[in-house]
Design a protein around this ligand. Structure first.
Ligand SMILES: [Zn+2]
Length: 131
């Protein structure tokens, strides 16, 4: 399927992460937000990366650098390994994932346990610890 969502769910992009990235819907769970952020990286939609990054740690000064990097790498796939809380009625949650990509012809993996909080009904990425 050509326009299957990059986040790995067996849904079309237009019915999965795109409505979140285009701000037509909000993420109900921390995992939904995490997946949509991965998809936003694959589309180099860095405005969305910034918007969904908690204001306490939002890396605004790195905007262009992140955009260039996101365009330069070839995004291969996302694996969500584990989630803790982060559901509709939670206020915080964790998502452990592996993001696979290729940079300068080398395969790389970001393995991270991300921390998310909900503020005024919306999920935000706060920080991550790397394995
Ligand atoms: Zn998706």
């Amino acid at each position: 399927m050509e326009d299957q969502c990059p986040c790995g769910r067996k849904k079309q992009l237009s019915e999965c992460c795109l409505p979140l990235i285009k701000e037509k819907k909000i993420a109900l769970t921390a995992e939904d937000l995490m997946r949509s952020r991965y998809t936003a990286y694959t589309l180099a939609e860095i405005d969305y990366i910034m918007k969904t990054h908690h204001s306490s740690s939002r890396p605004l000064s790195e905007y262009m650098e992140i955009k260039k990097w996101a365009k330069r790498v070839k995004w291969l796939k996302l694996e969500v390994l584990n989630t803790k809380d982060g559901l509709e009625n939670d206020e915080e949650g964790f998502v452990e994932f592996k993001a696979h990509f290729k940079e300068l012809f080398k395969k790389k993996i970001i393995h991270e346990n991300s921390y998310f909080v909900k503020e005024n009904g919306e999920w935000f990425y706060v920080s991550g610890t790397h394995n």
